[in-house]
Design a protein around this ligand. Structure first.
Ligand SMILES: C[S@@+](CC[C@H](N)C(=O)[O-])C[C@H]1O[C@@H](n2cnc3c(N)ncnc32)[C@H](O)[C@@H]1O
Length: 279
């Protein structure tokens, strides 16, 4: 059989077997990358299952599969990724938005409902995912996203332009405190991996996503501290935390005088979002 005679179904099977050695989601990766290489929707692979690939299509697909086999995240290869109702540009300038961060947005929304023109601050905005999703879903919200990384901020600006959503994006280091509010809600998915734990991360994350987005010591505490000044009285702080960090974060919030601490699980049952109200 010549290479050009391989069908969509054939290459999917081969790529899945190959990727399963390095990825837990070999089949899904293979499908997403093939749909991308062919310029089709994933579902269309199944209506085209027996169609032979051209040599150019096969070469393009091989290149994408080789990148994935070297642990490059699928989202970076595709160059875009879904987050709530939005499709965002993603690349190595910023962290890939994760499903658990959609829950952070969900929790923030519960504290914004009913407020007239609420002011929201997203600390460490990265791609702009949280800030843009809130601007998208809360009519009249005034959303500001800050980040210490000029690269991330540039990407967030591209995403604001791509989605047509108005958010303020500001270069700011949270170690200098939070920008003056007062904010009705402060939300953050801060870097929460301890430096010594970096080596334990999957290569897909460790070797491709920006270290400034992953590793941080005391960042969550610094946000709590800053938000205690910058929030309106009764305003909410919503934080994503690493697996196993929720209890300590809840205790620290109480220690900073926050009230009504609530912890929410992600889809795998892990406590990943902690929120509290400024007293
Ligand atoms: C875990 S990523 C979150 C990105 C995005 N909010 C999301 O949820 O996908 C953390 C972000 O915090 C930013 N960051 C790290 N240290 C910071 C600091 N000292 N001040 C402001 N932002 C910081 C990083 O550049 C990165 O974009």
């Amino acid at each position: 059989m010549t290479a050009a005679a391989l069908s969509v179904g054939d290459v999917l099977r081969r790529a899945t077997d190959h990727l399963a050695r390095t990825s837990e989601t070999g089949r899904l990766d293979a499908e997403l990358l093939l749909a991308h290489a062919l310029g089709r929707e994933r579902i269309e692979l199944y209506t085209d299952f027996d169609r032979p690939l051209t040599t150019q299509e096969l070469d393009a697909y091989r290149e994408l599969v080789a990148r994935r086999a070297r642990h490059e995240p699928v989202a970076y290869i595709l160059g875009e990724w879904g987050f709530r109702r939005l499709t965002l540009t993603v690349d190595r300038r910023a962290l890939i938005p994760r499903p658990e961060t959609e829950i952070v947005v969900e929790r923030a929304l519960t504290h914004l409902s009913g407020l007239e023109g609420p002011r929201v601050l997203d600390v460490g905005t990265g791609t702009g995912a949280i800030a843009l999703a809130i601007a998208d879903e809360v009519r009249g919200a005034h959303v500001t996203g800050v980040d210490v990384s000029p690269d991330a901020l540039e990407l967030a600006r591209e995403n604001a332009a791509r989605t047509g959503l108005a958010v303020d994006l500001v270069l700011h280091d949270l170690r200098d405190g939070l920008p003056d509010g007062p904010w009705d809600v402060v939300v953050s998915n801060p870097p929460y991996v301890e430096p010594l734990d970096l080596e334990t991360l999957m290569p897909d994350v460790r070797d491709y996503e920006p270290q400034v987005a992953l590793v941080g010591t005391g960042v969550t505490e610094a946000i709590m501290h800053g938000a205690a000044d910058a929030l309106v009285r009764g305003g909410w702080l919503v934080l994503e935390v690493g697996d196993g960090q929720a209890l300590a974060t809840a205790a620290a919030l109480a220690g900073h005088g926050y009230l009504d601490v609530v912890t929410t699980r992600d889809l795998t049952g892990r406590d990943r979002v902690v929120e509290a109200r400024r007293g």
